[in-house]
Ligand binder design. Structure first.
Ligand code: 2M8
Length: 468
């Protein structure tokens, strides 16, 4: 396949260009702020999304730290008593028909001081401890004014973040090895990834059930970019089944039709424990317990999700015990774990640099969401080929952490070039770099701010050696 290199412009990036990019990113975050939270995109995603909030807070820390903390707080105010942090917190002022599936479809009962139908019952990757630490780091590097607020916010968040981790690694441990299982592709954040195809094929696709609803995404986005109706029928089936169980996680592997362990979700779960170790030290709690958990999660990922034949990480179907054949960007994410064994680190970097994912040295572009050489690589369809900034931002962290500064720098340059050239899009065409999906997308803007500010995200050597 001919990968057209991204605009290999030789003209240097001027200060004015950088200032312009910064201004446009800050503007996206400001237009997407509503009352007490940021929406991913006003048209396509008009509520608050869980892992979006984490990425957004990282960027807000530079332009409006009070909003960064407020956003995280709004999300955790909707935490369920069992510890789960819902994947969407619904804005009651948005009409039911403005997003499908909306609050009535999920029909979540009231809990704590929250009204009924306030959220979904699914989760998303637990990026929030990492985000809270990044917002704190930014606040404390800027004098005493924000520092006290940062300590207060971390103190409020810490027990809630711990509860979130416990929900995921205990109640969701359907496989019995300490990893979180997902009950729906939407929980992964990489929703339509080919990683799910094998496990999803066992899920009934009831087109009559789907025909009772109206897909709002097809009214506001191009159908060729979105999941198919068959995928949506399966998504709806899984939500209905989970809802009918009362959103219960008991005996998941026996009762639910889709139960999988994802390398990217669990890598974030492990990295969150590392962030919690650092937060614990600030709020007067015990960091050690988090370091131990991070080590356990890292070993479980290596034991259960590593495919020695292809030397990559894959999704495990907990019901069948098989690994997905698809090589997806989620398989590169364990690089964010500081304790990942050297052999696996080297293999991931080789995979990231291969023609399958072609880091910028090969293509001039960040990594696509799926193996470029796969027969079903799709340049347009959501999470089945296009480039996303958030997973590349995580990949860059992993590269920095494991001593690959050149690759990390090239990836940063490629991401910033892409956004400068195409705008703060939701995702990008993996051959041409053209923007696709929502045009003023919050996490693209937020992470652009972070990359422009360019603070290396390394973990102290002492914490890394505690992991090995
Ligand atoms: C996409 O997911 C939602 C469902 O949660 C959708 O397709 O309607 C994904 O890209 C997900 O990762 C993201 O959090 C969400 C909002 O940006 O959009």
């Amino acid at each position: 396949m001919d990968h057209t290199r991204s605009d290999p412009t030789t003209s240097p990036v001027t200060l004015e260009m950088t200032a312009e990019l910064w201004k446009s990113a800050a503007n996206v975050l400001s237009i997407n702020w509503i009352n007490d939270h940021t929406v991913p995109s006003r048209l396509l995603y008009p509520h608050q999304w869980s892992w979006d909030t984490a990425f957004i807070a990282i960027g807000l820390a530079y332009v409006n730290p009070a909003h960064a903390w407020r956003d995280l707080r709004s999300l955790f105010e909707a935490q369920w008593p069992d510890g789960r942090v819902p994947h969407i917190v619904f804005d009651p002022s948005v009409a039911e028909g403005d997003y499908f599936p909306g609050p009535a479809f999920w029909d979540v009962p009231a809990y704590g001081s929250r009204p009924a139908r306030g959220s979904t019952g699914l989760v998303q990757p637990p990026m929030h401890a990492i985000a809270a630490w990044e917002v704190y780091r930014r606040a404390t590097s800027h004098g005493a004014a924000g520092a006290q607020q940062a300590i207060d916010e971390l103190t409020w968040l810490y027990p809630r973040l711990v509860k979130q981790q416990e929900y995921l690694s205990v109640r969701r441990d359907a496989g019995g090895a300490g990893l979180a299982s997902l009950v729906h592709p939407w929980e992964s954040g990489v929703d339509n990834s080919p990683s799910w195809d094998a496990a999803l094929s066992a899920v009934p696709a009831d087109m009559r059930l789907l025909s009772r609803y109206k897909r709002r995404d097809l009214e506001v986005a191009d159908a060729a970019h979105r999941p198919t109706d068959v995928d949506y029928a399966r998504y709806v089936h899984l939500v209905v089944a989970y809802k009918e169980s009362g959103y219960s996680d008991t005996q998941l592997a026996r009762h639910h039709d889709f139960v999988v362990e994802c390398p990217s979700f669990n890598a974030i779960l492990g990295a969150a424990e590392m962030a919690l170790a650092r937060i614990a030290a600030v709020v007067g709690a015990d960091p050690e317990v988090h370091l131990v958990r991070a080590r356990r999660i890292t070993s479980a990922i290596v034991d259960r999700l590593w495919d020695p034949a292809s030397r990559t990480f894959r999704v495990r179907d907990v019901r069948t015990g098989t690994l997905s054949p698809a090589r997806c960007v989620s398989g590169l994410m364990p690089l964010i774990l500081p304790g990942l064994p050297a052999e696996h680190v080297a293999a991931i970097v080789a995979e990231a640099e291969s023609e399958r994912f072609g880091l910028p040295a090969q293509t001039g572009l960040p990594a696509p969401s799926y193996d470029r050489t796969a027969a079903n690589f799709d340049t347009l369809r959501y999470w089945r080929g296009p480039i996303w900034v958030n997973v590349n931002w995580l990949l860059r962290r992993g590269l920095q952490q494991h001593g690959y500064p050149r690759q990390a720098d090239e990836l940063r340059t490629a991401m910033l070039d892409l956004v400068r050239r195409s705008g703060h899009y939701e995702y990008f065409h993996p051959d041409t770099g053209e923007g696709i999906g929502a045009p003023t997308f919050s996490w693209t803007a937020a992470l652009t701010l972070d990359m422009l500010a360019d603070r290396p995200a390394t973990v102290p050597a002492a914490l890394i050696s505690a992991q090995r």
